[in-house]
Design a protein. Sequence first.
Length: 217
Amino acid sequence: MSENAVEKEESEVIEEEELLLPQDTLLSAGVHIGTRMKTKDILPFIYRVRGDGLFVLDVKQTDKRIRVAAKFLARFDPPKIVVVAARAYGHTPVKRFCEVTGATPVVSRFVPGLFSNPLYPHRIEPDVVVVSDPQADTQAVKEASANGIPVVALCSTDNEFSTVDFVIPTNNKGRRALAVIYWLLARQVMREKGEIPPDGDIAFTIDDFEVKLVRDE
């Protein structure tokens, strides 16, 4: 699925004044906070640059793209959706997302050949791959791309996404931000599938999606 291929889907997304979550909730989670680096790829999603040099993402674009990604993901057989997170802060959000939607999680180390080596006994053959960070999850992106598997990626301001098919612009390094994004995506997928009402919620809270540190317990 290329960016051009989803233009039709984007046009079908109903423009609403209200976001999927209140803007204050998104901002307090740091969903909009990027890095002090920016790539040419991310320019359309940058809202402004702060005085301290951090680039800020447009949460309205994030909201819109979660809706489109959910509509796309809802078409697939859940186990054939593989969700990847190498970084620790992505492990719990990914596992919860998969628990809610039935997708297949791949967290921590991505074994080379997992998608591409027919001789690997634990090989997975996904129909679509979601990555938490195309830089940290580069092996998964490479193997999916080489096999013609569409890739949906959470991308911050420092990401390049020439091998990514669809981007959700967001803070992809923050603990709370990742919890919020995966919670929103899970809820929206379930809404699109008709598993919950259009205004319904899933059984888990955002806190349930967040990695717990020792000091939090």
